[in-house]
Design a protein around this ligand. Structure first.
Ligand SMILES: [Zn+2]
Length: 374
């Protein structure tokens, strides 16, 4: 039976005590039965609603009808009852809320003996990895790292590197030019840099000699993609400028670098070549690190060196004095300083190192291929 508020007839303290006792016992019992928040709302309203709530009825049936001489005493008791009701209603809510969160915690609890969710680990891209290795070889020799913009002007990409105006590299056959540049003077026209060499000029404009820098970066050529060509690829080049740099320094430095990269048994060889920005210029070859220079792998011909025992690995040369003329104002007087430069294709070296047979694999983003290099 739900508790109902009796109409009080006896206003003695003893009678009130009894009535209060019954009321509080009912309150306690009802509170104990509350399990959910919606139960609690009904409970709260039953006891505290302004209209027909138990407290309102207590006020109407007990206090209002009390004779004057008992009013003070009864008033105090009714206030106590109110406080207890309010307190009990509040505590009931706290109790069911903490019970709910405890049961939520119990269902959400973590079994620390279960294996975790494994996040797939990325691997360093083989080309980036190769570039980092080459850069670190030169950093160990005291070279500092420089970078520059991929969208360049004709001036930095060609003119200041001693490319004559009609050099075939300036032709759209080889170079990707930015569209709608015709209204600008030739030297200001934008293009995608075809080599990392513009950074040589940019750095010499910025830093006075002596200078030793290594420059990794992305370059573009107008080459249709195939197994050994990509319109985007990576170069690393280096530049050393000082007062007395000779071809012997060039050979010694690169010989050391190749041994550091490919193993101490690797031999180097130089063959004359031509680049507009170096004079003299050379191609450097290294003995094939796949077949040890024999041209054969067992009884099979070595594909890496096409059976020659040698692999062309980079271009190099002594900086052409004409190049220094462009940065003469920053201390690069060609009568006082000399230097060497070299450049290599990072993708090609990665292909050789990892035995990959198609440069396109590097740029297709296929995780099954890339994760082999982790
Ligand atoms: Zn070989």
């Amino acid at each position: 039976m739900a508790y109902t508020v009796p109409k009080l007839k006896d206003f003695s303290p003893a009678a009130l005590d009894k009535a209060a006792e019954r009321l509080l016992a009912a309150l306690k019992k009802e509170s104990a039965d509350i399990k959910t928040e919606s139960d609690w709302k009904l409970f709260r309203d039953r006891w505290m609603a302004r209209k027909n709530g138990v407290l309102t009825l207590v006020n109407d049936f007990w206090l209002k009808v009390t004779p004057k001489e008992n009013k003070r005493e009864i008033g105090q008791r009714v206030n106590q009852i109110k406080q207890q009701v309010v307190q009990t209603v509040d505590r009931t809510l706290s109790r069911i809320q903490s019970a709910a969160s405890a049961s939520r915690l119990a269902t959400e609890s973590i079994d620390i003996t279960l294996p975790g969710n494994r996040r797939p680990l990325g691997a360093e891209h083989p080309v980036i990895k190769t570039m980092n290795e080459i850069v670190s070889v030169f950093r160990n020799l005291g070279y500092s790292l420089e970078e520059g913009p991929i969208i360049e002007t004709d001036y930095y990409n060609f003119e200041a590197l001693n490319f004559p105006p009609n050099h075939p590299a300036r032709d759209t056959q080889d170079t990707l030019f930015v569209a709608n540049q015709e209204s600008k003077p030739l030297r200001d026209r934008l293009l995608l840099r075809t080599h990392t060499s513009p950074v040589q000029i940019r750095t010499m404009e910025k830093i006075k000699p002596p200078l030793r820098i290594v420059i990794p970066g992305k370059v573009h050529r107008n080459d249709p993609p195939d197994a050994s060509h990509s319109p985007m690829f990576h170069q690393i080049e280096g530049l050393a400028v000082d007062t007395n740099i000779t071809l012997g320094d060039l050979k010694g430095t690169l010989d050391h670098a190749m041994k550091a990269l490919f193993g101490s048994s690797v031999k180097t060889s130089f063959r004359p070549s031509f680049f507009p920005f170096t004079e003299p210029s050379a191609e450097m070859l290294i003995s094939c690190f796949i077949c040890g220079g024999s041209g054969k792998r067992g009884s099979e011909p070595c594909r890496s060196c096409k059976q020659t025992g040698w692999i062309e690995i980079l271009g190099c040369g002594m900086v052409d004095p004409n190049v220094f003329e462009f940065v003469k104002d920053n201390g690069y007087d060609p009568r006082k300083v000399s230097g060497f430069a070299f450049g290599m294709g990072a993708d090609r070296i990665a292909i050789l190192k990892y035995g990959v047979d198609d440069i396109q694999l590097f740029f297709q983003g296929d995780v099954r291929f890339l994760e082999q290099f982790g």
